[in-house]
Structures are given as C-alpha cells and as structure tokens.
Design a protein around this ligand. Structure first.
Ligand code: COA
Length: 147
C-alpha cells in the first residue's frame, strides 16, 4: 500500500472515485477540485488610519456544494475599541460568506479571552466544545430542507 498526496493532475482520478461515492451526482461534479484553504482580509480604516483587521480563511468545494470560513485573526487597535469596528468587520465576513453560499463560520479563542468570548456571543456565535460557530445562509438552508 502506498499513499500519495494528490496534486492537480490527479483530479480525474479523484472525480472518478467521487462519482463512485455519489453516483447520483454523476455529470454534475464538473467543477471538482481538491479543496485548498484560501484567505481574505478586510482592513478597517478610521480617519484614514488602519484601525483593525480580520482574516478569514475558507475552504470552498466548487459550484455544486458549499464551503466554510474560519476567522483566523481579528484585531482592533486599543484606541479604536468599543466603536463598533470589530462588529463591522465580523459582519463583513458573515455577509461575504453568505454571498459565497458558505453555511458556517467558526473560530477558536482562548478560554481566558473573556472580552472576545463576550463579543462573539453578543454577535450570535455559539460555543460547541472549544469551537465557536455561526451559521449563515439560514434562509437558503431552510429552503433546502423543505425541497
Ligand atoms: C474583541 C475585539 C475584536 C472587539 O472589537 P471592538 O471593535 O472593540 O468591538 P465592538 O465595538 O464592535 O463591539 C460590538 C459589540 O460587542 C460588545 N463587546 C465588545 N467587546 C466586549 C467585551 N469585552 N465585553 C462585553 N461586550 C463586548 C460591545 O458592547 C458591542 O455591543 P453592541 O453591538 O450592543 O453595541 C477587540 O476588543 C480586540 O481587538 N481585542 C483584542 C484581540 C482579540 O481578542 N481578538 C479576538 C481573538 S479571536
């Protein structure tokens, strides 16, 4: 037995295996690609000065399925805290993920970071073990469930 790391040129082999797993999707998995984490960063400026930033890494599975986002970093300069900038940045990534069709955003934060925990709870994130989750796309999900 040999295990190799798949590279782009192996896509056809993977597609073949994939349609074995999901025969009902045969012919639809035309945009298949090996998932790779990518990232997007937003910077908030206040009076022309950078006040904070957020980095979202995400995995997207192509056109026929979905993906998810992970808040990798969020930081607001001390003098700009409590102005609503953190909330603006988080809402920005939530709507960005929503447009991409991602179902979930998650993040982790140390147990000792009580400020961040209160902040994320306030913004609707809920804890599941060590992970904080926010479900996006609620309407689209609800539609999918009844269809
Ligand atoms: C956590 C952090 C991002 C919050 O950013 P911020 O710009 O100060 O937060 P906002 O002003 O947007 O606050 C949004 C809401 O969360 C609440 N909130 C923010 N920080 C809070 C805290 N420490 N305790 C309780 N509530 C808090 C605010 O009251 C506000 O409520 P409102 O919408 O009802 O007015 C910022 O304090 C920070 O950069 N901390 C250091 C880095 C960090 O811990 N990052 C997160 C690690 S994953």
């Amino acid at each position: 037995m040999h295990i190799k790391e798949a590279v782009d040129k192996d896509s056809d082999q993977i597609l073949d295996l994939y349609t074995g797993l999901y025969p009902e999707h045969k012919g639809k998995i035309d945009t298949f690609r090996i998932p790779k984490a990518e990232a997007v960063t937003f910077i908030a400026e206040y009076n022309g000065e950078p006040a904070g930033f957020i980095i979202l890494t995400y995995i997207s599975y192509g056109a026929h399925t979905t993906g998810f986002g992970y808040i990798e970093e969020l930081f607001i300069r001390k003098r700009y805290r409590s102005f609503g900038i953190g909330k603006l940045l988080v809402n920005r990534v939530i709507s960005w993920c929503d447009r991409k069709g991602f179902n979930v955003i998650f993040l982790t934060t140390p147990k000792t970071n009580l400020g961040a925990i209160k902040f994320y709870r306030h913004l609707g994130f809920r804890k599941n073990g060590q992970i904080w989750l926010q479900y996006t796309n609620k309407k689209k999900q609800a539609k999918k469930r009844v269809a």
